[in-house]
Write a protein that binds this ligand. Sequence first.
Ligand code: ATP
Length: 348
Amino acid sequence: MTKRARVIYNPTSGRGALTGDLVEILATYEQAGYETSAYATVPAPDSTEAEARRAAKDGFDLIVAAGGDGTINEVVNGIAGLRRRPMMAIIPAGTTNDYARALGIPRDDPVGAAKVILKNKTLKMDIGRAGKKYFINIAAGGLLTELTYDVPSQTKSLFGYLAYIVKGAELLPRIKPIEMDIKFDGGEYRGNASMFFLALTNSVGGFEQIVPDASLDDGKFTMIIVKTANVVEIMQLMTKVLNGGRHVDDPRIIYRKTSTVTAKPISNRMMINLDGEYGGDAPMKFENLARHIRTVANLDEIPSLTAEEMSAELQEAEEKFLAGVEQITEDEVKAADHPEPTDATVNK
Ligand SMILES: Nc1ncnc2c1ncn2[C@@H]1O[C@H](COP(=O)(O)OP(=O)(O)OP(=O)(O)O)[C@@H](O)[C@H]1O
């Protein structure tokens, strides 16, 4: 029987970049042996997720998530809970495209990204589960992450968070730590922390040194708990990160590989951020679903940096970071001062 592919694309991602390439994208999957059809996403909440689930249940062999990281996250949420999960491919068209970057997929060439299917290489990717939701790149909690819900999407990446904190720190001197209890494989941290995050890929906010040794299919999260809430210290940690990931040994953070995590606030409320969006309140349990979804990957291009590339990467990251700080306006910082999440922000 002929294999079938469903291209689920967001016609608004990347200023509509995908629509013009659609004919060529469909032809590429036909060339790879798939009878191919397309579905344009709509803004209704959960509709992308519903279409991915429907297509999977209908027996489609391949689901192509074409859009920003938000669209990819929604497609994963549609299929991750099913027993029979189709293969997935990614065509990036967003602003950060962290996931595509981690998979070595071209980020500024939708047709080139589709053509990766012709190489016939796949990777079984780890997926994170947080309560009833799934995430593909990062889960985070703590006051620093809460600052981001009302800010523009380019500041939602981890890089954005950090730029935001620094900018925010000029205006909001009171970034308070939360007392939290974090249980992980073989250990527990109970105490004050400004933020924790669990990374599945090594591409967080377009910067690969934050979690230098994350692997896509080892069944483990890279967990970082930032204990300090002191902005000067966070800046120092940032500098260490920018100098090649030496923060791993810093006493102000805990850095572990773990397959499960339970995060609980002791006193305050703790909102959880999943792939850059509000994902519910802690207490929350996080599980790494090892090698859960077979994904088309550009295995030859999966980033593994030489010293020279790393140095260029660091420079680019630093520029991006500084530009991020400059772009954020005072109003944005004020608007995001401890926001209450609403349906509008949740589904943004
Ligand atoms: N047809 C549509 N018109 C308007 N918005 C849409 C449409 N389809 C999906 N959306 C919305 O687009 C958002 C997902 O955007 P996505 O992540 O794909 O792209 P992006 O925002 O350009 O990328 P990035 O998150 O990297 O900036 C969802 O909030 C979804 O509701």
